[in-house]
Design a protein around this ligand. Structure first.
Ligand SMILES: *Cc1c(COP(=O)(O)O)cnc(C)c1O
Length: 376
């Protein structure tokens, strides 16, 4: 194979990371890590310095999401995928309804569907690139669950409680790639959970959730029942520990430092309103480019469904997306690969909160240059 072409250096972004998670870490987050040095890294998570750090993150997230009275930020190890198992044990009383329109929504649906202590789940499906109309209130459903941003396809779903549900049913939102980059009215959710390696530019392996008083009550009710719940997955245990600014088992401290810096940065910049406006603007650069580029089209046909944080762009058969990806990667512009199982001739570009407009423009210029000069 011939060597891959070198892109003109004047076109390159300042930072070539456009992945949908792990995502770019801002230099200030690395600086925070260095300052955290001996005073915090390598010290006990049961002592004041780390507990203070966790407390600061919980407060900062509560401010960012403008949490209503009585809502709390809880956390636990393992990430969003682990949270699905925790939810099957600690949130679903008997039966969940899921909206499934991509990999992530579908995986959570499988978890509750297979859990032997629960009834088979009610799964409302739509093809990748589209989405179901919305949750459908039904007798006997005690959890309604869907992703706000389906990261595998770049389709968003509104976050609003299903109308006409049992007052007792919980709305549980996978906000892994939405939180920190999209608007949410937290009062429309009971559990709004995420991993911090997307808009928050931190490390994975941990989850955070904003939980409502009703969700706290449900967690407590189920923990008092005779259901067996593994300790590491128990949300009642997570709540008890979170209230002490701790986790049940040992967290990775570096990720907490980077997350803390990002939450402060977001809040100092204008919080959720700023972040949502910023990602709307940067994603529009990508979608507008795809609309005017003859060989490209936004994968998500309905503009109202298009994600402001994960832009999926299809190429026609005059362009080999794999070749474009290879040229970009050889030049340090990385991770715009499509979701592996989707199997499309596509680029997936994350426009998370940390990605500046200038870098998005530079990325698009690099793609244009590749289309013109380096397709074969
Ligand atoms: C990335 C992602 C997940 C999985 O997160 P992990 O931290 O890898 O478990 C789940 N849901 C959505 C919507 C995601 O984007």
């Amino acid at each position: 194979m011939s060597e891959l072409p070198v892109l003109p250096s004047s076109l390159l972004p300042t930072d070539g990371r456009f992945g949908a998670g792990p995502s770019r870490v801002r230099p200030e987050q690395i600086d925070a890590l260095i300052s955290a040095g001996p005073g915090l890294l390598g010290t006990s998570h049961r002592q004041a310095p780390v507990r203070h750090l966790v407390g600061g993150i919980r407060e900062g997230l509560a401010e960012f999401f403008d949490l209503p009275d009585g809502y709390e930020i809880i956390l636990g190890l393992g990430g969003a995928s682990t949270f699905w198992d925790s939810a099957a044990f600690s949130l679903v009383r008997r039966r969940a309804q899921h909206l499934s329109f991509g990999e992530f929504g579908s995986k959570f649906a499988q978890v509750t569907d297979k859990a032997p202590h629960l009834e088979r789940s009610d799964i409302l499906r739509a093809d990748p690139g589209s989405r179901p109309v919305g949750p459908e209130p039904r007798e006997g459903i005690d959890v309604y669950a869907w992703p706000q941003n389906e990261t595998s396809t770049g389709v968003i779903m509104d976050v609003a409680r299903p109308v006409g549900t049992d007052t007792d049913a919980l709305t549980v939102i996978d906000a892994t790639s939405a939180a920190g980059g999209m608007h949410v009215d937290a009062s429309q959710t009971d559990v709004y959970y995420f991993s911090p390696q997307k808009n928050f530019g931190s490390d994975g392996g941990i989850w955070f959730a904003a939980v409502s008083p009703a969700a706290l009550e449900r967690i407590s009710e189920i923990s008092r029942s005779d259901r067996w719940i593994p300790d590491v997955l128990s949300l009642a245990t997570a709540v008890d520990n979170a209230r002490k600014n701790q986790t049940y088992n040992t967290p990775a401290l570096a990720g907490l430092v980077m997350l803390d810096q990002q939450v402060r940065w977001l809040n100092d910049n204008g919080g959720m309103k700023w972040a949502a406006g910023h990602t709307r603007a940067t994603s529009s650069l990508v979608y507008d480019w795809a609309e005017r580029t003859p060989s490209a089209t936004p994968f998500v046909v309905d503009p109202a469904y298009r994600s402001p944080v994960v832009c999926t762009i299809d190429f026609d058969d005059t362009v080999d997306a794999a070749r474009v990806l290879a040229v970009l990667r050889a030049n340090g512009v990385v991770d715009v690969d499509p979701y592996r199982k989707l199997g499309r001739n596509q680029l997936r570009i994350a426009t998370f909160a940390s990605v500046p407009a200038g870098d998005v423009e530079a990325l698009l210029a690099c793609i244009d240059w590749t289309l013109e000069n380096a397709l074969s």
